[in-house]
Design a protein around this ligand. Structure first.
Ligand SMILES: NC(=O)c1ccc[n+]([C@@H]2O[C@H](COP(=O)([O-])OP(=O)(O)OC[C@H]3O[C@@H](n4cnc5c(N)ncnc54)[C@H](OP(=O)(O)O)[C@@H]3O)[C@@H](O)[C@H]2O)c1
Length: 283
């Protein structure tokens, strides 16, 4: 069985990812995590019932990605419940939308992923384990809106040009993610997430690490904003990055559009537009 952990799995795209993993592949085991135990357990029950799936294939783990303590405790609980069985993949989906301070948003949407990878990366099967980050078109849009002479433009748009060891490059991203002043907390968090995806993939050449946007999907984050695509559609690109054989043959650390086509980090590429080609990142 392929054991895959999904953060923020109790509703929206995260829940749809859990469902798709169980429905489309019969060799998957899902660890659905959520910050609220009641909501998480109820989602697990609902998935078992609606998919008529074996309760053996899905389990719940409590984890609030915004909290160091909660993620560490989840890591310890996971170690106990897994009894040494490796994890095949992590899908970092948990995220918050608008209506929060930039600090809160970056803490969940960027540092939340950092925490989960730091705590759970050691459980991943090597070589071949996979990590998927759910980013957003708001990331490239944020970079595109930066002033032409803003040094952040190169750091976030071409993270392969950042100098130093992997640890130094991540430390720089962490520092800048904390210090960058903007009212667009959602965009900045997702732009840093994309840059970190590249750097973290280079630090872990034995893993397959990529990010994607799920597309514009009707969930609690986008309610009233005109989105109409169902969460099941948003689950397609992350599940593709987690499960497709061909992606393991490609250079990692890349960002994919909702059409599962490679996209740039510094400008929006829409579904159906020409693929982004640049192999500088793979050197
Ligand atoms: N919807 C879109 O159009 C769209 C577009 C681009 C990217 N995204 C990204 O897709 C991901 C899923 O969003 P969604 O649209 O499905 O929104 P959603 O329905 O609001 O789901 C967000 C999920 O993240 C969880 N979450 C939030 N903060 C958390 C924390 N601190 N710890 C653990 N879980 C937490 C939520 O749990 P609670 O129920 O406890 O709040 C919920 O399960 C996010 O990363 C979002 O940025 C969405």
């Amino acid at each position: 069985m392929k054991r895959i952990l999904v953060t923020g799995g109790n509703k929206g795209i995260g829940k749809a990812i859990c469902e798709r993993l169980l429905q489309e592949w019969d060799n998957t085991h899902v660890i659905l995590t959520a910050r609220n135990a009641e909501r998480g357990k109820s989602a697990v029950e609902d998935i078992i019932k609606t998919l008529n799936c074996s309760p053996e294939r899905i389990e719940f783990l409590e984890m609030d990605v915004s909290s160091d303590e909660s993620v560490k405790a989840a890591g310890a609980a996971f170690e106990k419940m897994s009894a040494g069985t490796a994890l095949d993949g992590i899908i970092n989906n948990a995220g918050i939308g608008w209506g929060y301070s930039t600090e809160e948003t970056v803490n969940t949407n960027y540092f939340g992923v950092r925490r989960v990878n730091d705590a759970f990366g050691k459980f991943l099967k090597r070589p071949g384990g996979r990590i998927v980050h759910i980013a957003s078109a708001s990331g490239p849009n944020f970079v595109a809106d930066l002033a032409k002479n803003d040094p952040l433009r190169k750091i976030l748009g071409q993270p392969w040009t950042i100098e130093g060891s992997g640890a130094e490059r991540v430390a720089l991203l962490d520092q800048l993610a904390k210090e960058t002043k903007t009212n667009n907390g959602y965009g900045v968090g997702k732009a840093f997430l994309n840059a970190y995806t590249h750097v973290f993939a280079r630090m872990n050449p034995d893993l397959v690490i990529n990010s994607c946007t799920p597309g514009y999907i009707l969930t609690d984050i986008t309610k009233g904003m005109g989105a109409s695509n169902p969460p099941s559609k948003g689950a397609v690109p992350p599940c593709w990055l987690m499960m497709d054989e061909s992606i393991a043959e490609e250079p990692t650390g890349r960002y994919y559009g909702s059409d599962c086509v490679r996209s740039p980090l510094d400008v929006y590429r829409g579904p159906g537009d020409a693929p982004y080609i640049n192999d500088e990142d793979a050197k």
